[in-house]
Write a protein that binds this ligand. Structure first.
Ligand code: AMP
Length: 454
């Protein structure tokens, strides 16, 4: 089916063609007509499915003939959990609306308020914002909601996990009652369903079904390795297999800095990406990585969602994430939009519990590889699907820190830039970027990866 069959108008079709899109993805094919019909919508969809365009395109279609000229007013509001996703979504809006005269802006915390206030002075058609900063601005009456026609809650499950529910509710209370609501979420957990119930009206629900929760284009494998040999193994693979680029996920900020140092000692240039770095340096590092000037990015989980790096061929889980869904999000950074990708996980005995949870979520075990010279001293058992051992040997020291950090509500995660005081009332900076989901709350098996026309 071509995009034109969805009823999108000329300037939008032209922009899509310029992006090289030939056909809608499954979520786009299903969501766009519903949204254009004015329906409220719940969509179970992860990043990598084309979900952003599935709500941005019909919003552009809806708003294209008018323009806000009212000071501080906005017409569409998109809430995202992180600043990176806000920037990413706004970038997509700018691309898809390049032949329209609509304005858009991304707004997030941790940076000076003033330029954002200035940006809002003449009104903005589409505002993409993280909840904490938006509420600050609303409290200062720097943004007014009385013209909002559409609300999008993007990555709703993530926003709830990050403790944004209070802020979201306060924002929603201020919106006009007559509006269209769209909610996108990787999982439709009970919390998300409750939000749906209180926010959406007579909503249509879309789940993109597929046989597996991961893209068929991603080659997954795991390498068993003793914990103290992981950095040597990584350097070995980078050099021996002549890797050109990799996004390497690691559990802690401290671990990221340490690994960057270890790689550099072996002559491999890498940069760390985590919430402890200033927003400016994070943006710079990400831009360098995207442009190919930087080959190796060592990131905490904060980079696992929303970051859209075209043509990323390889993701490494240096540590396995605590949550199976995070594994899927991480490896979803590669193999995007039909391209092929490789996801390699380093697994030592202390990762075993997480491995069991991930393999049980995937519904299959991950192919194991052995690398000569890196035989393990501590064998990692093969997991029995659907059985997740109790939390005894999970992540030794790291895991304990994780639990401590989780106790602090959302250390660096309140959608704010840098480590904003708003986001961390203790004033301290947690060592972890990702607050943990409440256990047991995850994964209805939302299967989202469909293939679509290249
Ligand atoms: P998203 O799920 O919104 O993060 O999008 C994932 C990637 O798919 C982005 O790089 C988009 O530019 C790309 N994309 C979205 N829609 C299409 C399409 N219809 N055809 C090809 N690529 C697309």
């Amino acid at each position: 089916m071509p995009f034109s069959a969805l009823g999108l108008s000329g300037p939008i079709l032209k922009a899509l063609a310029e992006q090289g899109y030939t056909a809608p993805t499954p979520i786009q094919a299903r969501a766009i007509p519903m949204i254009m019909a004015g329906k409220d919508l719940i969509a179970a969809a992860q990043t990598g499915t084309g979900k952003t365009a599935s709500f941005v395109l019909p919003i552009l279609e809806k708003l294209k003939d008018g323009r806000t000229e009212q000071a501080k007013r906005i017409r569409a509001l998109i809430l995202t959990p992180t600043r990176e996703l806000a920037v990413q979504v706004e970038k997509s809006i700018a691309q898809y609306s390049m032949h329209l005269s609509l304005s858009s802006m991304a707004m997030y915390g941790g940076v000076d308020l003033e330029p954002q206030k200035q940006g809002l002075i003449e009104g903005v058609d589409i505002l993409v914002a993280t909840p904490g900063r938006l509420l600050d601005m609303a409290n200062q009456r720097a943004v007014l909601f009385d013209e909002v026609e559409v609300l999008v809650l993007d990555e709703a499950d993530r926003m709830l996990d990050m403790g944004f529910i209070g802020d979201i509710n306060k924002i929603i209370e201020r919106l006009p009652r007559q509006r269209q609501n769209l909610l996108f979420s990787a999982t439709l957990s009970e919390d998300v369903r409750f939000l749906v119930k209180t926010t959406l009206y007579d909503a249509v629900e879309i789940t993109i079904a597929a046989d597996t929760p991961t893209s068929p284009e991603i080659d997954q494998c795991l390498i068993t390795v003793d914990k103290d040999m992981k950095s040597a193994l990584l350097s070995h693979l980078i050099k021996e297999d002549q890797w050109d680029q990799a996004l390497i996920f690691i559990q802690t900020k401290h671990g990221a800095a340490k690994l960057v140092g270890q790689l550099e000692k072996r002559g491999i240039k890498a940069e760390a990406f985590h919430s402890g770095r200033s927003q400016a340096s994070r943006m710079k590092v990400l831009a360098d990585f995207k442009s190919g000037d930087l080959s190796f990015l060592v990131a905490t989980g904060i980079a696992s969602r929303g970051i859209d790096i075209d043509e990323l061929t390889r993701v490494v889980n240096y540590d396995l994430p605590d949550e199976a869904d995070d594994y899927i999000h991480r490896i979803g950074r590669t193999g995007r939009a039909g391209a092929s990708g490789e996801a390699i996980s380093f697994v030592s005995l202390n990762d075993f519990r997480n491995l069991c949870a991930i393999e049980s979520r995937l519904g299959h075990i991950i192919i194991r590889k052995e690398i000569e010279g890196f035989a393990v001293r501590k064998l990692v058992p093969v997991s029995i699907l659907d059985y997740v051992p109790k939390n005894r040997n999970s992540s030794s020291g790291d895991g304990q820190d994780t639990r401590r950090a989780q106790g602090k509500k959302n250390s660096a995660s309140k959608g704010q830039r840098k480590t904003s005081s708003r986001s961390n009332k203790s004033g301290k900076t947690g060592n972890y970027d990702e607050p943990k989901k409440p256990s047991g709350g995850s994964s209805s098996k939302s299967n989202i990866w469909g293939k679509w026309g290249a």
